[in-house]
Design a protein around this ligand. Structure first.
Ligand code: SAM
Length: 256
């Protein structure tokens, strides 16, 4: 009988520790399980607020509205919320590649892209944010929304974002963040640790998946620390803006 390898490097998966090389499999199981109900659950859990944040995010990206060619890479793009918003807002020569590690999330995304009539402008590809299947300097912008906290090595994902962007390209991240408004933080804790797991159990039949989603938010670095990681990857003019008192934040950086 082989003994468990206690020397393997551990990392956090929500509030529990798992061997680092197994974390992505745990994450993939979560999204395989929630894919079909992902969009409905986002609306239920956030009361529709995620739509406003995503609108704000794509407005901040400011995609070209004229005829100029523009290529966006939307990593961890899931069911397509960002890529679809972008394609609707941008001119007809603006295209997007949605890259996600989960075939189940991509399948839902593919359906939604087709329903939106955008399959000529949005292509979907399976890939890991830590080792993107794209050449150097091949995109004008890189977005990642509610995705980077699921990645095991955030520094590797940021290095990959830097690699695939052309010089002058922009990195943008929308992610849950740290609430710094008194009272709102208590309400947010109640919502996170009581309401969401119950909603996950009732509406999606999967309490552990939604507990992970909440716990992973709390493990993600606060605004300033994440901004520092973006700078360390080589980006310049790094900035962030809080949404809803810091429940989420938009981070931005440029490859100059
Ligand atoms: N961006 C979408 C949105 O805002 O609705 C989906 C966000 S969803 C919370 C997180 C996504 O990250 C899932 O689709 C999951 O499969 C994807 N993901 C997790 N780890 C990943 C990785 N290492 N590389 C690429 N995608 C990953």
């Amino acid at each position: 009988m082989t003994e468990p390898d206690n020397t393997a490097t551990q990392t956090s998966f929500g509030y529990r520790d798992v061997p680092e090389d197994e974390r992505q499999d745990h994450v993939n199981r979560v999204f395989a399980a929630v894919a079909e109900r992902y969009d409905l659950m986002n609306d239920l859990m956030s009361g529709g607020l995620h739509r406003l944040w995503k609108d704000d995010f794509v407005t901040a990206l400011n995609p070209p509205r004229g005829d100029q060619a523009f290529k966006l890479l939307d990593v961890a793009g899931g069911t397509g919320d960002i890529a679809i918003r972008y394609a609707r807002a941008a001119g007809r020569n603006a295209t997007a590649v949605l890259c996600d590690i989960s075939p189940e999330m991509i399948a839902v995304g593919q359906r939604r892209v087709q329903d939106a009539g955008l399959e000529d402008r949005i292509t979907l590809t399976q890939g890991n944010a830590e080792a993107l299947p794209f050449p150097d300097r091949s995109f004008d912008a890189y977005t990642i929304a509610f995705g980077i906290r699921n990645v095991t090595h955030i520094d590797r994902a940021l290095a990959e974002a830097f690699r695939v962007l052309r010089v002058g390209g922009r990195f943008m991240c929308l992610e849950f963040s740290q609430v710094d408004v008194p009272i709102l933080d208590k309400l947010y804790d109640f919502h996170s640790f009581t309401v969401i797991p119950r909603l996950g159990a009732l509406a999606a039949g999967d309490e552990p998946a939604y507990r992970y989603l909440v716990e992973s938010i709390r493990k993600f670095p606060p605004q300033e620390r994440f901004a520092e990681m973006i700078r360390a990857a080589g980006f310049e003019r790094v900035s962030y803006r809080n949404l809803t008192g810091g429940v989420a934040a938009i981070h931005s950086g440029w490859k100059i």
